[in-house]
Design a protein around this ligand. Sequence first.
Ligand code: CU
Length: 505
Amino acid sequence: MHRREFLVAGLATLASSRALAQMKMDDMSNMDSMPGMDMGAGHDMGAMSQSAVALPEGEALRELPLLANEATSPGQFKARLTAEPAVARFAEDKDTPILAYNGTSPGPLIEAFEGDRVEITFANRIADEASTIHWHGMPVPADQDGNPMDPVASGSNRVYAFELPEGSAGSYWYHPHPHGKTAEQVYRGLAGAFVVKAKADPIPAEYGDTVLVFTDLRLAADGSMPENTMTDLMNGRVGDHVLVNGQKNPKLSVGVGAKRRLRLYNATNARFLKLAFDGAPMTIIGSDGGLLEVPVAAEEILLSPAERLELIVSFEKPGPITLYTLDYDRGWMGAGRPADAGLTLLTVDVSEIPAEPLPPLPDRLRPIEPLSAPAVSRRLVFTETMTMTATDMQMGFLINGKAFDMARVDIVAKAGQTELWEIANKADMDHPFHVHGTQFQVIEHERDGKVSKPTYLAWKDTVNVARGETVRLLLRQERPGPRMYHCHILEHEQLGMMGIVDVQV
Ligand SMILES: [Cu+2]
């Protein structure tokens, strides 16, 4: 039988049996607990969103709290981030225990400038769990990047220190990356935006600069966050509510004719966001790693987990304008595929009062030097495997046939050398590919023998590799040390779809 049919059939027959409660997973022996594996706990796989607790909508969009800079001299950014349990109030009259950075989820917005020296003291106050802070997409040294190899024990502190090079302005983020616990710590609330600002920004200040962090929330009837189920582990956890800066469908108010600079962050574990504004033209001006060369008009955008885009959105007529989701089939294992289309994430109230006239957007934003001919080519093949016996089910999310092993170096690379990476997805789900320590340039996509080029040149650290697709990218690691590369569906990363590239001088 075809493997996928086998999986679906297997789940249908086994879902209620004791067998699933005793499942074991490949290479999971170093994870002492696997919450949510007991299918008897009552999470109906076919009714993921039917029991959703209602959340209030239409409140004014909250700006993310800014992480205060405690440094006293210019060119320095110094602060403290504490990961700790907190209580949130998403639904009326219901307390939700979460994990938070400095008491808030999403965590505080970090804003620093190119050239700054950053020193952030991380305090892990999560009970009995190691954590780290990974600076997603940022050009930081390997030993400052919060790798799973460098855990910060519960109750202890460590200082992350790095410099932000000239030209590094972009929309980065931060989240935990401890071995086996990343997915859970992120869905419980640990993620925040880190914006590196340019010293000379070509985007006029009159466009504003609004960060929109998308997270995904599932609440049980009592307000708590249920643990991951088998379906979550296979597909990645998709919640019942997509939140923007922690709010459901908040309201942004602007005058007619306004143009706004928006930074969109997909900080969900596993939700693909295909988005459009109804009746407000979008122009893409930036990607994961900063501005594009030129603005590019877009009808709709796809943000796979961990991707970011910078937009200019023009609000040309009065009335409510919504940011809503479109259907996107990223491959789903088993029953219970969540509704993707028709979610309203944000409502923009465009008033009749005309906005102040705005300076035009420049025709050219910045030069992007194309990476040159690669000295090395590598091929990474993504596969999903599953085997079942009467008592066990073994799942694997693999790269080149292997599950992640922290003690194994998968690739040895040379600092400063351009490489071609070909990522072939031979699995049944899309897998967003992320590599630490650098930004890369996607050069082509291939599907069914047809090769296409990206519509614009961009610096990226995460790219979706659709099922059946091969993506080719050029990358160059400038700094030595071990770097992770992995699928950014965090449950897939946890189940093995990760490797280590050791960069040597
Ligand atoms: Cu994946």
